[in-house]
Design a protein around this ligand. Sequence first.
Ligand code: UD1
Length: 475
Amino acid sequence: MFLCSLCLFVAKWFLCLFVACLTLSGIVDKFRVTGGRELHGRVAISGAKNSALPCMAAALLTPETVTLHNIPYVRDIITQRRLLEDIGATVLTPELRTHKISAAHVELFEAPYELVKTMRASVLALGPLLARFGKAKVSLPGGCAIGTRPIDLHLAGFESFGAEVKLEAGNVVARAPSDGRLRAADIHFNKVTVTGTENLMMAATLARGTTTLSNAACEPEIVDLADLLNKMGARVNGAGTETIQIEGVESLGGAEHTIIPDRIETGTFIVAAALTCGELEIKDCRPDHLTAIIEQLRSVGVVIREVNPTTLEVSCPDGLKAGHVTTAPYPKFPTDMQAQYMVLMTQAQGRSEIVETVFENRFMHASELQRMGAQIHIDGRSAIVDGPSPLNGARVIASDLRASASLVLAGLIAKDETLIDRVYHIDRGYEKIEAKLRAVGADIERVIAPVTATQSSEFNLQVASLQESKLKLEL
Ligand code: UD1
């Protein structure tokens, strides 16, 4: 009897200790990738999260229902949905990838720090709220650790619309002129900004008069948003060019719209096929949105065949050769493909130079790739990659969304096992990447592992060293 009670007491004590450890250290998803498998088969591309996010925000412009199809099932979308619901909108999902959003009863005109800090695109609530309700409050954003990423151009644009914009305790507080309606303006962006263009385009749809946005971003996601806005009754012209004209209307209505395929996910799978010397059929994509990516990858030896307007076939029968690239706004080579391209160049014959012009400090993946054996030298905004160099599996840390994709790609070709920590970054923007890769032959699994305090402190040391290398890169 006494022995029984003692055992129970000890068991309870261990359970408490275990729970305490979990609470202190948390549960962290990782990817375990064993390299060396060629990828073969067919992969379907999901909807573009960078298009779905502004389209969801656009639903705030109307009291009627906006139905969006082909919404990717990724974490940023869940965050955006929570933001809309916090504001008072209702979001129904009759099917997994369909969102029916109704902002008929908006009660709160603000996006709280808890959401904005995890996703920079939350600032997209500003334009619609300000335009429809004449007031908005949004925390200054966080998101990926890729440079300072200010939103000064968004704010200057709202001021040109006659709004009063103040920074109060880490929040942006904006108010329309006294009659509650924004005034159209001619706005020239001194730097191309994607979400800045989207925010001001949405705000201008309900402004008094005709707005002209010049040096606007031309990304396909801008065109997709303009298509949705026009279906809602807006008058947007020129989206996809550097000059967009928006004739303001009194009100907008409901609409139904299908989100375009994700061009960066498409590019990532093209690189995966080429790296592993496999052969992939990539379906449900839009090759016409990837002209610069396809051109660049072809120039280094990747064979890409357009089977039809939504399907590509990719292989790399004769190996890769080095090729320089410079990132720039659309239609040029996107910064969101830079990290993946860097991995590809580690396997190419010769020396490649990769110049990052869109964001400063977007080479954080380089130090992790170096730990796997890649020959990369960073010099300011330039990365010199010497190849081919065999990669070895290692324990690495994902630092931002596209950096994590590059580590997965590296893991696919590395010798032995690669363990990627902090995969929540990849979950922000890639729908079930491990399942899609496994279906075409990759040896990758998600490890949902509680971390112990010891592992946690080892991990923190590694994070600290990553932060240190980030600092070095910044210098
Ligand atoms: C969007 C994409 C992101 C992509 C990026 C560049 C979404 C949700 N995200 O991010 O995946 O990497 O475009 O293609 O669509 N800038 C300013 N002031 C501003 C705004 C931007 O100086 O007010 C600068 C940024 O610091 C950066 C450059 O402009 O150097 C481009 O940023 P921007 O196009 O705004 O990026 P995001 O819209 O945040």
